[in-house]
Design a protein around this ligand. Sequence first.
Ligand code: FHN
Length: 427
Amino acid sequence: MNTITPGLAALPAEKKQWFVEDRFGMFIHWGLYSLPARHEWVKNREEISTEDYQKYFDHFDPDLYDPAEWAKMARAAGMKYVVLTTKHHEGFCLWDSAVTDYKVTETPYGKDLLGPFVEAFRAEGLKVGFYYSLIDWHHPDFPVDPFHPQRNDPEAARMNEGRDISRYASYMRDQVRELLTGFGKIDVIWFDFSYPNRLHNELPGKGHKDWQSEELVKLVRDLQPEIIINNRLDLVDLPADVTTPEQYVPREWPKVKGENVTWEACHTLSGSWGYHRDEDTWKSPDQLIRLLVDTVSMGGNLLMNVGPTGRGLLDDRAVSALDVYGKWMKLNGRSIYGCTQSSLEAPQDCRLTQRGNRLYVHLFSWPFRHLHLDGLAGKVRYAQFLHDASEVLIVPADEEDPWNPTQVKVAPTSVTLELPVRKPDVL
Ligand code: FHN
């Protein structure tokens, strides 16, 4: 039995119960990349030189930044926690870090952004998480990222002479220490790198050895013993607190070493994490709701991303998406919060979520006239839509059943039925 080094062990389940109950969070990608408004990887994808990218630093002044407004919108959307990019791959820091000048307090804005952010979201009752990128295109000791790993760029090799990745690892620990001691209790730390499945970690600066990931975990555990750490430190042999599939819906409950794990899927509203002015692949209301229900029906959390503009606003498309969630969660939040995968097999084109003996049937083929739920809960023969389908009458399997039919409100694009089920049938 391999014993886990003290300080590296994962959180016990009970310390993550709030996370599993909350189910739904807001991801926020915000940085200098929000100014060019063409994706958070714009510097890398368009191979913009550090000199040319400097103009975004020199013009960063989010005069419309109002974290209280963001927090109110997140809460109204039914979101229970938030994760903000404190530093993305570009290396720009949203707080007054003592170990770099590449930070918001050196820009025209001139003030820390993180403190007001934490205060505003806590005031709305949300848990707070910090995203921190292990990749840093600005730091002098982080290896120049050979733009295409397959290309062994002699220019990159020359530029990497003298760079010391262990100095960068120490810089990261200094910054993580600042983040976890300067802003009160933090509930999640969301490390990020962009080389999934260890595809590129043979490259300098791309793996747990270069990042000294074990040292990072020990530091985090020491500073904030109850914080949730995600699984993106390239420590594949260590149990993580949460597994983080990205931009896809797993077909079944994700497992690690054959065991179901605590997991959270992160998705974008459009095709970009950072604000992208011309992005036109925005998810429809139906897709937004289905993503949330699909995720919880397999025992996971959904972390849905917004990308504020360079001035600190959520644009109309993001606001509309949050409004879709808010309206649906108002009616159906109890089929999400504290729910998980049902022990029952979902009928065709349905999803089931369950909390104790409350079963929620999410119907996606809209409109239904009659849905036969035979055998589903042993108590329901079919659901009949009444009038303008604004209500659903659930007809008991046998008329003498003492259980009264339940009227369930219908959300705009799906129906969620709440059925009391008999314990012996289901659990
Ligand atoms: O490269 C990043 C990307 O910009 C974004 O931050 C996502 C969010 O999970 N993580 C990396 C891609 O996997």
